[in-house]
Write a protein that binds this ligand. Structure first.
Ligand code: SF4
Length: 245
């Protein structure tokens, strides 16, 4: 695992400054939360500091009950309603009728089509009209995210994309969560460091890559859902400013 060279207080200060800059200079901006640990850190920083960044999640219709439960947990803890974006019912019905409910196991193409319907199309709707969006991605999460930057130009969506936790390690995330009593998805305590849709996520063994449980039947290089992909290729979006460099 990649180790950060920054202390946690430095990372918190830098990330808070990034979020404050987004809230003041990129209005309107939204945060795409997966409701997993990293995204709870950002949720806590945004809501604790009362920053003007909307929070939404992609409610794919295939999430774990524990993940859906985080919507109520956030409401109870922060008094905030995360906005769920759901897929178009007609598109789901057509995919299931033509291919079956779990056709994503059959091929990478079928998996990407399912992700396109359940994630990418709702994401495009959620991002429309915004100047910037925020994710909880970290460089150290997998081989597909090693070149992540805090600020990037997302040409596909025509806006700036921020990854304020790019330089955080997994240990930083958990130290922040524990020391600030941030609520988190109980699946993390059951061997799920990375959480996606229920049929496409499984628990991992100690020492495995943190994203090894996502689409475990595919090779590591293909493991992105399309949210950070353009024309079928993982995008190395051009860095605008490496704020934590
Ligand atoms: S993660 Fe699996 S179930 Fe969820 S949208 Fe992608 S292929 Fe479909």
């Amino acid at each position: 695992m990649m180790e950060t060279t920054f202390s946690l207080p430095e990372l918190i200060a830098s990330t808070t400054a990034t979020l404050e800059n987004i809230a003041s200079e990129f209005t309107p901006a939204v945060f795409a939360s997966s409701l997993a640990a990293e995204d709870m850190v950002l949720t806590d920083l945004i809501l604790r500091n009362k920053l003007s960044i909307g929070i939404f999640t992609l409610e794919t219709g295939r999430l774990h009950a524990e993940t859906l439960g985080m919507l109520d947990t956030i409401k109870t803890t922060y008094g905030y309603d995360v906005t769920p974006y759901r897929p178009q019912p007609e598109a789901i019905a057509q995919y299931v009728a033509q291919n079956g409910l779990n056709a994503f196991y059959d091929s990478v193409e079928m998996r990407k089509e399912c992700c396109r319907i359940r994630k990418m199309e709702p994401l495009n709707r959620a991002l429309a009209g915004n100047k910037a969006w925020v994710t909880g991605q970290r460089c150290a999460q997998s081989v597909t995210r090693a070149e992540l930057h805090v600020q990037e130009q997302d040409e596909a969506h025509g806006m700036v994309k921020f990854n304020p936790l790019a330089d955080w390690s997994e240990a930083d995330v958990w130290e922040y969560i524990r020391s600030n009593n941030v609520p988190y998805n109980p699946l993390h305590d059951k061997g799920y460091p990375s959480i996606g849709c229920e049929p496409c996520t499984r628990a991992i063994q100690p020492g495995e890559d943190v994203r090894a449980g996502r689409w475990w039947w595919e090779t590591p290089e293909s493991k992105e859902c399309g949210l950070h992909v353009v024309d079928g290729k993982l995008v190395r979006i051009k860095p605008v400013a490496q704020q934590n460099a």
